[in-house]
Design a protein around this ligand. Structure first.
Ligand SMILES: Nc1ncnc2c1ncn2[C@@H]1O[C@H](COP(=O)(O)OP(=O)(O)OP(=O)(O)O)[C@@H](O)[C@H]1O
Length: 251
């Protein structure tokens, strides 16, 4: 899989927990889109939990289904599991119905994958909103289960967040692949220092100097500075209202 200055195989990413971290504008979404494109091309279906509808065009153009709370979560998850089809759950309404849909869809995927193991990657954009550190909900419970126990059922997970310190630590620290984009805040640098097998001072110098699309890849005990290629799927502009709606809704 051609990701930019580096490549990973299907085997590298299937059934793994992958963390994509970095400040706003560091390139997380682009990097995740490149990963998703390549996974789908390799026949590895993806389900994206998408709070800003940023991945709708990408998943749709690669043959996946776009879902909202108006769809039937049990029916769609059953079809997607059976057919190995990709999907994107448009959460941009950020309302009670969207969360109810997400919970039922993921819970059903979890049950179905017990009966019949099939590879799938669940991508969680803005992961700190769904699996926050120190808070438990039905959604956080099912995503945590998928992340920590999904491997045997064929399920891998990609957690994307600009607020690494706010993502559930039990899940984040279980990641097998880290793609660490630029951060500058001491709180985030502290998280990186805990993850990376580097001297704290090296982390403090290297990480804030990363350019857009550059990241430190850490897997299997090795670190490597990489640069992602640009995804052709940049098309969607985030509506200004969606983050405001999010502030007012509790899961
Ligand atoms: N590898 C890359 N090569 C060239 N441009 C890139 C690359 N990665 C990201 N960009 C550009 O940088 C900008 C920010 O990228 P992106 O939206 O992926 O960042 P982000 O970290 O996800 O930000 P946010 O948290 O706000 O969503 C975009 O205009 C994108 O096209």
């Amino acid at each position: 899989m051609d990701l930019g200055t580096f490549s990973l195989s299907r085997q590298d990413i299937a059934r793994k927990c992958i963390a994509v971290l970095g400040i706003r504008g560091s390139g997380k979404s682009n990097s995740s889109k490149v990963l998703i494109e390549e996974a789908i091309k390799e026949g590895l279906p993806v389900t994206v939990i998408d709070p800003d509808a940023e991945y709708v065009e990408l998943v749709n153009s690669l043959g996946g289904d776009v879902l909202t709370s108006k769809d039937d979560p049990l029916l769609t998850s059953s079809i997607h599991h059976k057919q190995g089809k990709s999907s994107v759950i448009d959460m941009s309404d950020w309302d009670v119905e969207s969360f109810a849909f997400l919970f039922k869809y993921l819970t059903n995927l979890w049950e179905l994958s017990k009966e019949e193991r099939k590879d799938r990657i669940i991508v969680v954009e803005e992961a700190h909103e769904f699996i926050p550190q120190g808070k438990v909900s039905g959604i956080s419970d099912v995503i945590t289960r998928l992340a920590l126990r999904g491997r045997k059922r064929g399920i891998g997970i990609v957690l994307i967040s600009q607020r690494s310190a706010k993502v559930n630590k039990d899940v984040l620290t279980q990641s097998e692949i880290y793609l660490l984009h630029k951060v500058v805040h001491p709180v985030d640098l502290k998280v990186y220092r805990e993850i990376l097998p580097m001297k704290p001072k090296e982390v403090d110098v290297l990480v804030p100097s990363l350019g857009v699309g550059e990241a430190i890849l850490y897997m299997e005990g090795k670190t490597q500075k990489v640069k992602f290629r640009q995804s052709p799927h940049q098309g969607y502009v985030v509506p200004a209202s969606s983050s405001q709606v999010r502030e007012e809704t509790t899961i």
